[in-house]
Structure formats: C-alpha cells, structure tokens
Design a protein around this ligand. Structure first.
Ligand code: SF4
Length: 385
C-alpha cells in the first residue's frame, strides 16, 4: 500500500515549506514554491497540481506523488427554500461533519464545524447528543471553506448555482463571513482553529478579514484570552440564561465556569470595544428563559460590556426537550433589550426545512444508514432462509 498523501490544505506557510523539504524538494526554493502553491490553492481554488501551468511539469508530477489537494467527500447537500445550504462532509470512516451556508442580500456566512461531535452536552443542542469522535484538523476546517467556495462558484471561473440565493454584485464574495458555530466547542480545539484562522486570513490567499470571523464558545474561560490575542477574531458567547441554576441546566459547562467568571473574562477580552462588540447568543426557549424579568436580568448582567445580543428562536429537532418561544414573547424580550440600548436582532430561523441547526443532518444520515443496514440485514436473513 502506498503511504497516504499529505494534504497541503490548512498548512501554514512554514509547515508547507517543511513538508516540501521533508519530501525531498530543494530547501532553497521551498519558500518560492510555497508562494506559488499558495496562490494556486487559495486564490485560484486549484484542486489538482496539473492545473498549475506556471510550474514545471516534473515539479507538478512530483508534487502529485507526495501531496493532495483533495476536498472532503460531500456525503449530502441540501438546499433550503430560503437559499441556506447544508453539506455533510466526510474525510474518513466515521469522520463526518457539517457545514452550513447562509446567504443574505449583502453577505454570505459560512458556519463551520471544529469537532466531530461534542463533549459538552448543551441540552438545547442536537450536536450535544452526539459523542465526541475527534477534533477536526486545520486542514479539515479550512477545507470546509474551500468546499463551499467550490460549490458556490466563488473562485475565479467558478459558476454560481442557480437553485438558491447567493449574494452577487461586483466584488461580492459568496463567502464573506465565517462563524465557528457548527459542531463542537472551538476552544477545545484551539490549536487547529487558530492555525485554520491563520490560513483563512492570510492576505496572499483567501484574505478574509478577522472582523468577519466569529468564534463562538459555550464559555471555556481559560482559553478566551488566547483566542483574542492569537487570532484577533470576533467573539460570541453562548449565554442563554441569566442565572447559574438555569445555565447549569442548559450549558452544563457553566458548573465549571459560572456566569460571573464568564462575564469577567469577557470584560477582559483582548480588543473588545464598542467597535468590536462581543455577541451574546440567547436561544429563546418557551417558558424557560423568555420572560420580561429575564430580559431585564440580561440587561443588568451585561451592563458596561461592549455587547450585542442575538436572540435565536429555538429550532426544534426530533426529540428535543424544549419548544421555541412564542413570537409575542420574543418580541417583548427583544424590545426590553433594545430599549436598554443593545442591538438585539432576532435571527430569522434559516433552513428549517433542511434541519439546518448543527448536528441535525449528521444524525439524520446516521438514522438513514441504520435503516438501510437493517433492511440489508433483513434481506440477508431472507436470502439465508
Ligand atoms: S452548543 Fe456547541 S458546545 Fe454546546 S453541545 Fe452544541 S456544539 Fe457542543
């Protein structure tokens, strides 16, 4: 069996040069080669060394012998009637993760996963019901962006799909914003998340602005300062409750890092300011956290913090223990927060028809597979009879 090829996707420039040298390429030209490869991979979206026509043919075939630019396999792709797209991707047996694309008039946001499954068991979250398989590598994180750009025609010469809404117009990128809000807790995989952000924001490649990348955490306070210092991205915090008793239930990590400690860490988040506000996510759960008293408590809690509040109508999944708040309750809540001076957009639920909340596609596919297996076993039994 030939050794598996190393993926160049997601390696930073230094690691890519080291990989080239380790494969036997001349050390003195490695830097220049990396620059050329980088341009092909991230500016042109090359998926194959053969298309890199300004590189010598021999070099290209040598590269092909050692390295790969393969994308993850797309297991399923679903397009919602509102243009939201959801992909289930696979990079190996049992290594499946989701990426969701949410188009709006002037921007396109890609929600990426950082882990396969999650250890944190937030009770309103479907991924929380799936055991952690492993952290995603920086290659697998960056590849989610490349897959999305491939599918959305976001590389030069690419063709945008016509079956859903994709932002258009001169200079508009289909993928303009990235949020780490897919499967997993990004701060439990900060080495790979940080490396991936370094690649995504590199000015000679994908060149995404750090201000257009948001990393969401359920409150892993010991890693938050490092995220701010090393990555300089925007921060989002899954808050969802205004007292520890309820947050312990919704986000069990709260027992380890309670609200007071979380907010203290937020107050010290590097770079937080009125121009770079921290987003607090608050999922609206009927009868749980949606009363006017809780809206007022939220305002008190965030006093003095440069904050934005995202109210998220709960997107129920089969077997979920909660219901979405009534629209009246959401409006009342939003008004109290808004009158206190906080931007409090209510996030329109997107992709409900394709179960776009994280973790849902993976387990639906698993269910389908289990059903297929069962049918297969049944037919085998019949055959053996
Ligand atoms: S909300 Fe995030 S941290 Fe919590 S279980 Fe879901 S994926 Fe994990």
């Amino acid at each position: 069996m030939p050794a598996p090829k190393t993926s160049l996707i997601g390696l930073d420039a230094g690691a890519m040069a080291a990989a080239l040298i380790a494969a036997g390429f001349a050390e003195k030209s490695a830097k220049m080669r990396v620059r050329q490869l980088w341009n092909w991979i991230y500016v042109h979206g090359a998926r194959d060394f053969a298309v890199m026509t300004n590189l010598a043919k021999d070099f290209r075939s040598e590269m092909d012998a050692h390295f790969t630019l393969d994308r993850p396999e797309i297991v399923t792709e679903q397009v919602s009637s509102d243009g939201t797209r959801k992909w289930l991707l696979r990079t190996g047996p049992g290594i499946e993760f989701e990426t969701v694309y949410i188009p709006e008039a002037e921007r396109g946001t890609l929600c990426v996963s950082s882990q396969v499954g999650c250890t944190l068991n937030c009770t309103f979250c479907h991924t929380g019901t799936q055991r952690l398989v492993r952290n995603l590598t920086s290659s697998e994180i960056v590849a989610q962006v490349l897959v999305a750009r491939d599918r959305l025609g976001d590389f030069p010469g690419g063709i945008a799909p016509t079956d859903g809404l994709v932002p258009s117009g001169e200079g508009t990128r289909a993928v303009s914003n990235i949020v780490f809000m897919g499967m997993g807790e990004p701060l439990y995989n900060l080495d790979n998340v940080s490396a991936a952000i370094g690649v995504l924001t590199d000015g000679d490649g994908l060149s995404l602005s750090k201000r257009r990348i948001t990393v969401s955490t359920s409150g892993v306070t010991p890693e938050m300062a490092r995220l701010g210092e090393e990555c300089g991205t925007m921060l989002a915090v899954s808050l969802h409750a205004t007292n520890n008793a309820l947050r312990d239930k919704l986000v069990p990590l709260n027992k380890k890092y309670p609200i007071e400690e979380l907010l203290k860490t937020c107050r010290n988040y590097p770079g937080a300011s009125n121009a770079r506000r921290i987003t607090f996510e608050y999922v609206m759960l009927k009868g749980m956290n949606d009363s006017p008293a809780e809206a007022r408590a939220l305002v008190r809690l965030l006093q003095g913090l440069p904050a934005k509040i995202n109210l998220i109508p709960f997107n129920p999944w089969p077997g979920s223990p909660y219901e979405c708040s009534d629209w009246d309750a959401i409006e009342r809540f939003s008004e109290i927060v808004f009158n206190a001076g906080y931007a409090s957009p209510v996030r329109t639920p997107r992709g409900r028809d394709i179960q776009a909340a994280c973790g849902q596609l993976k387990s639906e596919t698993e269910k389908l597979r289990a059903r297929a297996r069962l049918m297969l076993e049944e037919s085998l039994v019949v055959a053996l009879d």
